[in-house]
Design a protein around this ligand. Structure first.
Ligand code: FES
Ligand code: FES
Length: 259
């Protein structure tokens, strides 16, 4: 998997002429990369040229050698990077150098092009962004990717929403998971923005119940607690709840009769 390359020259032209590569911020006139524009002037050359032009026109208050209007000096911007190796949906990815502060959801979207994990609140509240972490002891858990750095996942095994369905060798979906199937049957979504998070949460719950079956009289409470953090803005929770309850009650081994 190849990390996207940051084209700072291009970025400068798209952001009103802000370039960080040279340590000099050049105004739109200095970017000169738009179609039909004059050949680009190196930022380091543009600053004194612009300053000279300003003083030559009689502008007051511009000292010789000072940056002209529209030219602001900024320090170089450096991103500290760390190598990231990770197993995603069964495939080992990396090592890839990623910025130390990069959030996991941005890594998934921008580096791996796995855009199924949803950025909702971006503050750790809605849980739309969760992925499943498969731990060495065989358990699984949800982790919010909007508030967790990509490097936290170094060496870990995760599943994203893209990893639930069965696919053929061509990558085409040939079957969905039991949770996905029940969500479809119950039409457990409206816009669907929260659905990846709900699918992951319900999957973690089912896997936990496979290890530790729940007493029948605790089924409803257990499902409520498992889905409680996932905020849905469209439909309420009844359809999600009913879909998960049906999976729990119809899958052998998840429910035990009270002792
Ligand atoms: S987007 Fe991550 S918790 Fe809301
Ligand atoms: S279906 Fe729209 S946020 Fe849940």
């Amino acid at each position: 998997m190849t990390a996207p390359k940051q084209d700072l020259t291009s970025a400068a032209s798209q952001t009103g002429g802000v370039a960080v590569a040279s340590g000099v911020v050049v105004g739109a006139a200095g970017a000169a990369s738009a179609p039909g524009a004059a050949p680009a002037t190196p930022a380091s050359a543009a600053a004194p040229a612009a300053a000279s032009a300003a003083s030559g026109s009689g502008s007051a208050g511009v000292a010789a050698g000072a940056p002209a209007a529209g030219v602001v000096e900024r320090p170089l911007t450096h991103f500290r990077t760390l190598p990231l190796s990770i197993k995603v949906n069964g495939a080992i990815v990396g090592p890839t150098d990623v910025p130390a502060g990069l959030m996991m959801i941005d890594y998934l979207h921008e580096y791996l092009h796995l855009t199924g994990s949803r950025l909702g609140c971006g503050q750790g509240i809605c849980h739309a962004c969760v992925v499943i972490v498969d731990k060495p002891d065989g358990t699984s858990e949800e982790v919010r990717t909007c508030i967790t750095g990509a490097n936290f996942f170094h060496g870990k095994t995760i599943r994203t929403i893209e990893g639930h369905a069965k696919r053929n060798d061509a990558g085409e979906v040939i079957g969905v998971s039991p949770i996905q199937q029940k969500f479809l049957e119950h039409f457990s979504f409206q816009c669907g923005y929260c659905t990846p998070g709900f699918v992951n949460a319900a999957t973690v719950l089912i896997e936990r119940l496979q290890r530790q079956p729940v007493a029948r009289d605790k089924v409803e409470t257990t499902i409520t607690e498992a889905l409680n953090d996932h905020i849905c803005r469209c439909t309420g929770y009844v359809r999600y709840y009913e879909a998960v309850k049906e999976v729990v009650l119809t899958t052998p081994g998840l429910v035990k009769e009270a002792a």
